[in-house]
Design a binder for this molecule. Structure first.
Ligand SMILES: Cc1ncc(C[n+]2csc(CCOP(=O)(O)OP(=O)(O)O)c2C)c(N)n1
Ligand code: SF4
Ligand SMILES: [Mg+2]
Length: 483
């Protein structure tokens, strides 16, 4: 296929080749999955700017470290809540979970069923090697009955979990089955799973030669792959259910309508269609878990000062996140590393700064608590009862809260800080690297302050460099320190 050729050329750009060879055993199937995933990501133009990888603990979990993506190597079994949280705050990002069968369906099983139920917009790649690989080969949730493992030397007495059945219990989820032998098929279903807007799950049979395969009689990884080739067959195009040893992909019915079959093929599961809008929620927490809102409405307790403070904090943090989302990646990093404040970053980017953030003294507009009713804020000002601080006072208050000096603050309400002329001035040689980065960021910020807002915006959008902007504004470019 032509796409395959293109993908094969570019996929290495998605991998940290300098960390190779990987820690995986020779012949392990995880490397094949990683390579195919890298090809799909390359084909789809997905990179670290739009995609995040979440992995759990286990041999499979190490994949995140070898891919050139932001990734979270989270706790064993906790991939789904972490991935859902990321997707909630960064809905524009693709969030891909890569985890072992144990991680996904054993310790993480409860999270899995609720991610499915909520139709969380995630793609889950489950490396289903039918064993706890990392810990030496104990029985896992997908280990077939009768299989001899480290923890069941007489053969696994239990029935393996039905992943297809679980995923297909939701009428909105996509379920795909593939194997590491069927590489092109794997690539296609991974791509289709990522393209699906709701929950998608790719169940990939793969070989753990060291801690499973040899114990059950395979001499080599190659023998396991040959077994997959001989036993797994493609399901029919219109299949609504995959039989054992069938590979394929199952979609929800057209237009997201309820599916008529569940993954077990054991009858119909006419699920109610998802409501367009959620019904109105009661105004506050119920008095007890057994209370219902009743005819008179919710039996909510009146909000306490503590509830209000929490609501205010939540509203502030949501607005902060929305503001951060408008900044470029580099600037966000600087804010996260505390090299510059959010206020500075916003002013650098020419983004209006909400009053509450600028003064550090009031709740955001639309917050659940009116400014005058709030407790005294960190800067000590209550906007309802006290005079608004001047710009300089506000900057000082913010600096005091953050425990830093106000760099270059000019007296008399002149808010333009005096900038060190060169990078060396800003960061003397004996300064520690973190301080030096911070000083350099401050210096650039001070220079930015001298620009008219239209030029600031162009610098923030990276249309021109700071040096060019200073030159255009008729300011000495040498002072930018970019020489
Ligand atoms: C909370 C917790 N429980 C147990 C473990 C031990 N542990 C680490 S990996 C693992 C299972 C790994 O199996 P799987 O998720 O299938 O990944 P694989 O190694 O096969 O890729 C277990 C039980 C742990 N690290 N944390
Ligand atoms: S123990 Fe198994 S799953 Fe882990 S790296 Fe080795 S072969 Fe792969
Ligand atoms: Mg496993």
């Amino acid at each position: 296929m032509p796409e395959a050729t293109l993908a094969e050329l570019g996929f290495k750009s998605r991998l940290k080749l300098d960390l190779f060879p990987t820690i995986w055993c020779p012949g392990c199937g995880i490397g094949t999955i990683m390579m195919q995933l890298a090809m799909v990501l390359d084909e789809m133009d997905l990179d670290e700017t739009n995609t995040i990888i979440v992995t759990g603990i286990g041999c499979t979990g190490r994949m995140g470290g070898y891919m050139k993506f932001e990734s979270v190597y989270t706790l064993h079994g906790r991939t789904m809540p972490v991935a859902e949280a990321i997707k909630t705050v960064r809905p524009e990002m693709n969030v891909i979970v890569v985890a072992g069968d144990g991680d996904t369906a054993s310790i993480g099983g409860n999270h899995l069923i609720h991610a499915i139920r909520r139709n969380a917009p995630l793609t889950v790649l489950c490396n289903n090697n039918e064993i706890y690989g990392l810990t030496g080969g104990q029985t896992g949730p997908t280990t077939p009955s009768g299989t001899k493992t480290l923890s069941s030397p007489a053969g696994n007495p239990n029935t393996p979990i039905n992943l297809q059945g679980l995923v297909r219990s939701s009428p909105h989820a996509v379920y795909a089955k593939t194997t590491v032998y069927h590489q092109l098929h794997m690539r296609n279903v991974i791509r289709e799973a990522i393209e699906h807007p709701g929950f998608s799950f790719v169940d990939i049979t793969s070989q753990c030669i060291e801690n499973n395969g040899r114990r059950i009689g395979f001499a080599s990884a190659n023998e396991m792959l040959t077994f997959y080739r001989k036993t797994y067959k493609r399901a029919g195009k219109d299949a609504t259910h995959l039989n054992p040893f069938e590979i394929g992909i199952l979609y929800p019915e057209a237009d997201g309508a309820a599916a008529t079959m569940n993954g077990n093929g054991s009858g119909t599961t006419a699920a109610p269609p998802r409501p367009e809008e959620l019904p109105a929620q009661p105004a506050g927490p119920m008095a007890s878990t057994t209370d219902s809102p009743g005819a008179a409405g919710a039996t909510a307790k009146p909000p306490t000062a503590d509830d209000e403070a929490k609501a205010r904090k939540r509203a502030e943090s949501q607005e902060r996140a929305a503001l951060m989302a408008q900044l470029s990646g580099d600037v966000k990093m600087s804010v996260a590393r505390k090299e510059i404040t959010l206020v500075e970053a916003l002013s650098q980017a020419g983004i209006p700064i909400p009053e509450w953030l600028r003064t550090g003294a009031s709740a955001p507009a639309g917050a659940l608590v009116a400014p005058g009713e709030m407790e005294i804020s960190a800067s000590g000002a209550d906007p309802e009862t006290q005079e608004q601080p001047t710009e300089l006072a506000a900057q000082k208050a913010e600096a005091a809260v953050e425990g830093r000096d106000l760099i270059g603050g000019a007296p008399g309400g002149d808010t333009q800080p005096a900038a060190p002329r060169t990078a060396a001035d800003a960061a003397p040689p004996d300064l520690d690297p973190k301080e030096a980065r911070r000083a350099e960021a401050q210096r650039k910020l001070a220079l930015m302050q001298r620009l008219p807002s239209e030029l600031k915006l162009r610098v923030a959008k990276r249309e021109i460099s700071l040096e060019e902007a200073l030159r255009e504004a008729g300011t000495d470019p040498e002072a930018s320190g970019q020489d």
